[in-house]
Ligand binder design. Sequence first.
Ligand SMILES: [Zn+2]
Length: 418
Amino acid sequence: MPRFTALVLLLALLLSLTACGQAPAAPPAAEDPAPPAQEETPEAPEIEPEPEPVPYEILDPTVMPEGGGRDGAAYAPWDGIVEHLFFHPVVAYPELAFDGDAQADGIDDYMVTAGEFTKILQSVYDNGYVLVDIGDVWREDTGEDGQPHMVRNTLYLPEGKKPVVFSYDDTNYYPYMLENGFTYKLIIGDDGKIASWGKDPQGNEVVSRDLDAIPMLDKFVEEHPDFSPFGAKASLSLTGYCGILGYRTQTEKDDQSAEHEENRQREREAVKPIIEELKRTGWTFGSHTWGHINLAKKPLETVKADTEKWLDEVGSLVGQTPILYYPHGARPDGDDVHQTGPIFQYLHDQGFRVFASVGISSYSKIKGDISAVICDRLHPDGTTLRGSEKVLSWYEQFYDAREIIDLESRPKREVRWQ
Ligand SMILES: [Zn+2]
């Protein structure tokens, strides 16, 4: 099927990663990833000690009214397509990202700039979309056969509105990003809100809500509360091998020193209030595997070891999640649409129910032989902003790519539309 084409798998090139710090590097992070960030990150904000987060239930349809009115608005049932857009971290400083180094073209292909992201948000909003959480789209129910199956929820939306899910992949703040014009980590700002911390091209420390897609979406919803009638933001798709959200919470095969472990535990404590604040404000989490592994190529044993590590190092912080975002968009067992192979079965048995890839539409299918949903996501990024008329048509319900793309900031490369 076309959605499984090379176009999708090209996403692999950007973030095919193995280890953080010492070990093999990440394209386009290339040969020389930056050192782990512990030493150069700021002190964590002062925090009260918090209890271990408990796993949270995200398959909960009750956040939506069942038709009728609420708070003066009329709600109507929606059983149509729930659109799904996914983003990578956005480029805060194009002059660093697009400086002609080995990463520049990869970033051009797979990211949007903060300025482009602002325009996309405004256009998606202007086109009548409202944010819903991916965890509200389906639920698990017992079928007539007595077995659990996934079913689509009827969404009740403000009349005239259409639903869209946002997910952000690789919100880990990988070392290569720090030197290429991205923010470094999330923090809680003086106003108590999530902000990004990073450095501008001159090396000055910058705390901002305008340079990172997470606080930017928070801010947009503050200014346009009707964009998120149920409080949903985006689902953050996390790996574990470089820690999460800018905090180096990962184990390192090559550094089992007490010092590393102490540092790691400090980072784990430091990220907890960030996670709690994100959850409180509508953000949810999914797995992107610990090592950003290619599920189409790795044997089951590797997938098992990786999943255990994700649950141990990431799930223990963000809670269990039924959402799995395939790294590289790569589907396990050769095909997850027409068959259920051993890797898919294993991942299901670990609690995953929604398996998201990447494609040319917000395709989704409830599997009949196992309680699971597979779905595709559209990907606003350089490849699609530069795409042919046909590619642009996949996105025209959200925005006109011609009006979004910042050709001034981006590398001088081909644009396929007229
Ligand atoms: Zn990824």
